[in-house]
Ligand binder design. Structure first.
Ligand SMILES: Nc1ncnc2c1ncn2[C@@H]1O[C@H](COP(=O)(O)OP(=O)(O)O)[C@@H](O)[C@H]1O
Ligand SMILES: [Mg+2]
Length: 307
């Protein structure tokens, strides 16, 4: 496909994942420029409408992570302005950002997701989690955050209260989830195609913010050493989760594979990390798309869909 539109790469923003987004955005900007495309980089702030108009952006490559960028709000604004954009639309973005709505849709699509309770206050939280029936360890996380921000694995009762507090720092509702022992797997989706799964092996055992963004702290296996039918099953589940939320273009689905080989869906990332060493680009590379080809394909999907 010939691309002759002026592309705005939207990055930065005000979410907790601003720094990661700037890295994603700069990598995307460089890859698009290297293909000779007309590119404007935009650090998204309250003057975004003037910026988009002033720079005469015709298609937006959204490289924003977390709130404001991955949750349907920037997508809604772009719809209003009549500017085409990459990735999922308003509804799918908003659903994917909310872990409770996501889980309901995974369940109603027949996908496994860890048993959970959503809680609104610390007192209720403490009680309900203890009475919740799935016992320790549990994972406590904010409802709408990313990059493992505010997420704790709780193995002892006395760690519950501080874990609740860390999660409540990011919103009024939190999630307490049964801890799924086993492997950490992620599946990238590109168009209608699940990419090769990646197994993530953090040295510390927990894939937290540090393990995600510090070179050398985590090992990646592409593909994981698992039987072929299980790898295909994991890809099917990834594709199923992407479809359950109505996602489009691309995404990355985070899963836990328990010791019996059952894949539990944790979440769908509608704007996954896009630095050259991020997970989706790694998976795409294993399927034969280098970083430039990946950014181009994502852009083409956006232009095709809206055509
Ligand atoms: N139920 C769970 N069982 C085991 N580990 C979990 C569970 N939920 C989350 N984790 C760990 O926490 C990380 C972040 O959780 P996730 O739900 O993907 O939220 P985020 O949006 O912050 O990435 C996961 O990558 C995984 O390592
Ligand atoms: Mg995740």
């Amino acid at each position: 496909m010939k691309i002759d539109r002026r592309i705005g790469v939207l990055m930065g923003g005000t979410s907790a994942e601003r720094e990661v987004s700037l890295r994603s955005g700069k990598a995307v900007e460089a890859a698009l420029r290297a293909q000779g495309l007309e590119v404007e980089a935009i650090d998204v702030g309250s003057d975004i409408v003037e910026e988009l108009r002033g720079k005469r952006v015709e298609v937006a490559f959204i490289a924003l992570h977390g709130r404001g960028g991955e949750d349907g709000t920037i997508q809604g604004l772009l719809e209003w302005l009549g500017i085409r954009y990459t990735g999922s639309g308003v509804l799918a973005s908003a659903l994917a950002m909310n872990k409770v709505y996501s889980k309901r849709l995974f369940q109603s699509s027949g996908l496994l997701t860890p048993p959970y309770q959503a809680l609104r206050s610390v007192d209720d939280a403490a009680m309900s989690a203890l009475l919740g029936g799935f016992g320790l360890p549990v994972v406590v996380k904010p409802l709408e955050e990313g990059s493992t921000i505010g997420v704790s694995i709780v193995r002892e009762e006395e760690e519950l209260e501080p874990a609740f507090q860390r999660a409540f720092d990011h919103g009024c509702c939190i999630l307490v989830e049964k801890y799924i022992a086993g492997k950490e797997i992620t599946v990238g989706i590109l168009g209608e195609e699940p990419l090769p799964p990646i197994e993530i092996v953090p040295a510390s055992g927990f894939y937290d913010y540090r393990a995600k963004y510090t070179a050398g702290l985590t090992q990646y296996r592409v593909p994981p050493s698992l039987p072929r039918p299980l790898l295909s099953r994991i890809q099917e589940v990834g594709m199923g989760a992407h479809r359950a939320l109505g996602c489009s273009g691309f995404s990355r689905v985070d899963l836990r594979l328990d010791d019996d080989g059952a894949p539990y869906v944790l979440e769908v990332n509608t704007v996954p990390g896009m630095t050259e060493t991020s997970l989706l680009p790694k998976a795409a590379a294993a399927a034969g798309y280098d970083f430039c080809a990946l950014t181009r394909k994502i852009l083409e999907l956006a232009l095709q869909e809206a055509a």
